[in-house]
Structures are given as C-alpha cells and as structure tokens.
Design a protein around this ligand. Structure first.
Ligand SMILES: NC(=O)c1ccc[n+]([C@@H]2O[C@H](COP(=O)([O-])OP(=O)(O)OC[C@H]3O[C@@H](n4cnc5c(N)ncnc54)[C@H](OP(=O)(O)O)[C@@H]3O)[C@@H](O)[C@H]2O)c1
Length: 220
C-alpha cells in the first residue's frame, strides 16, 4: 500500500543458530537467488545475518531485509533503541521492513494497545529519518489492528501471520484486505508438521509433486 515492492519468496532465519550456520545459510540463500531475508531481534542472529549479506557480495540495495521488534522493547523509547540496535547488529544503514513481532506480550498485557501506539510512533519517525522503508505488524488479529489504526498515521504495509492450509486465518485476511495491507505468510510447511499431513500427501501424489512443492505453491 506504499508502492514498495517485496520479493514474493523470502528466506526465513527463525531457529537458525547465530554464527556460522546463520552466516553461511544467508550467504548461500543469496547465492542461489533469494533476495528477501527475514530475521528478528528475537532470533538472536542479526549479526550473522548481516555478515552473510556482506559475504554474499550481493548489493544491499538488491536485497529486501526484514527484522522485528521483540516483546521486551515495546513502548516509544525502547522501540527507538531497538531499531538502532538492529541496524547496528545487521550492519546496515536501513531496513526494508520492520515489524512489531507480537501485538500483546504477556509482560505488558495490561496496556498492550498504548504500547503498540507508542512503538508505532517511534517506527513512523524512523521511516521519516530514512532508517526504515516500510513498517508493519505480525501476529495481529483484527482487534489488535483496529486499536493500532486509531492513532497510526502510516497504515501498516504488511501483516505477517501463520498462514498455510492448516490455518486459513479468514478474519485476519479480511481485515488486511479492508486496509490494503499485504498478507505475508509464515511457516508454509507448518514448521514441518504439514509434511506428515495425509491429505496434503494425497494431493502431492495426485499431482506428481513433493509435499513441500504443493505447500509452497498454495502459499504463492
Ligand atoms: N512473525 C512470526 O512470528 C514468525 C513465526 C514463525 C516463523 N516466522 C518466519 O517464517 C519463517 C519460516 O517459518 P518456519 O520455520 O515455521 O517455516 P516452515 O517452512 O513451515 O518450516 C520449517 C521447518 O520445517 C522443517 N522441514 C523442512 N523440510 C523438511 C523435510 N523435508 N522434512 C522434515 N522437516 C522439514 C525444517 O526442519 P529443519 O530445521 O530440520 O530443516 C524446519 O524446522 C521463519 O524462519 C521466520 O522468518 C515468523
């Protein structure tokens, strides 16, 4: 909804250990053609993801890089610090996309809406300052989004959610559609669980494709 393009297939780095594994896998992903890398402060691997990007030799401007605000940094000042820390760890001047990772962390359950509004203000300021190109949300259900929109000046560009054939998220999808927010689907294989799903296995066999191929095609 802001004219910025995001490559449709991304390389996720959740559960990718910091150090050699994250560095080498990001580098290899870029070498084989991925141009969209998704990390998060909570994944603990931003330093190695940044190194993998540098070592790949691919121009930073040809890469779409996402990271996310963790649950311990909600609120205006904490978010400003978290953005700068992610930029520093990733060793980059700007982020392509920055997401509020979760709307309602347990530790701030009493005033989650107020803190999201504050975080969002800090994120909007970072957009104006040229530190972030696009801002969005993750795991936001309709009521979380509705609350945020009460004070937001920038409508979220993306809502990243668990979305695959086992969880169709109709309410989230229709709320996103209403505000022209892009659905970004994570866990296309259900973090591996859908590889054991009998119905998907039948579909894969009927079409002479592998189970992951069927699941990735569904997401596309
Ligand atoms: N915003 C959020 O809150 C959020 C939450 C979750 C994920 N995400 C993003 O989405 C990305 C993808 O999520 P995901 O890791 O859940 O994705 P996924 O693609 O649904 O699942 C990946 C998992 O499937 C397993 N797997 C893949 N191929 C397999 C095979 N042939 N046989 C058995 N297991 C197999 C992998 O195991 P191995 O590790 O053994 O390869 C891995 O644990 C993350 O990296 C992250 O960037 C975002």
């Amino acid at each position: 909804n802001n004219g910025i393009e995001i490559p449709v297939v991304g390389f996720g780095t959740w559960q990718t250990p910091d150090g050699e594994v994250a560095r080498e896998s990001v580098k290899t992903a870029l070498e084989v053609g991925y141009r969209h890398i998704d990390t998060a402060a909570a994944y603990g691997n931003e330093v190695s993801v940044g190194q993998g990007i540098k070592e790949s030799g691919v121009n930073r401007h040809d890469i779409f890089l996402t990271t996310k605000l963790w649950n311990d940094s909600h609120g205006y000042e904490a978010t400003k610090k978290a953005i700068d820390l992610s930029l520093q760890k990733l060793d980059t001047d700007y982020l392509d996309l920055y997401l509020i990772h979760w709307p309602n962390p347990v530790a701030v359950r009493e005033h989650w809406a107020e803190l999201n509004a504050e975080s969002w203000q800090a994120m909007e300021e970072a957009v104006k300052a040229g530190k972030i190109r696009a801002i969005g949300i993750s795991n936001f259900r309709k009521h979380h989004l509705d609350e945020l929109l009460k004070t937001a000046n920038i409508v979220p560009a993306v809502n990243q959610n668990y979305l695959n054939p086992s969880d169709l998220q109709p309410d989230v999808l229709s709320a996103n559609k209403e505000h022209d927010i892009l659905n970004e689907a994570y866990s296309p294989l259900g973090t591996g669980d859908l590889l054991r799903n009998e119905l998907v296995a039948e579909i894969a066999a009927a079409h002479n494709h592998s189970i992951p191929q069927v699941l990735l095609r569904w997401s596309l």
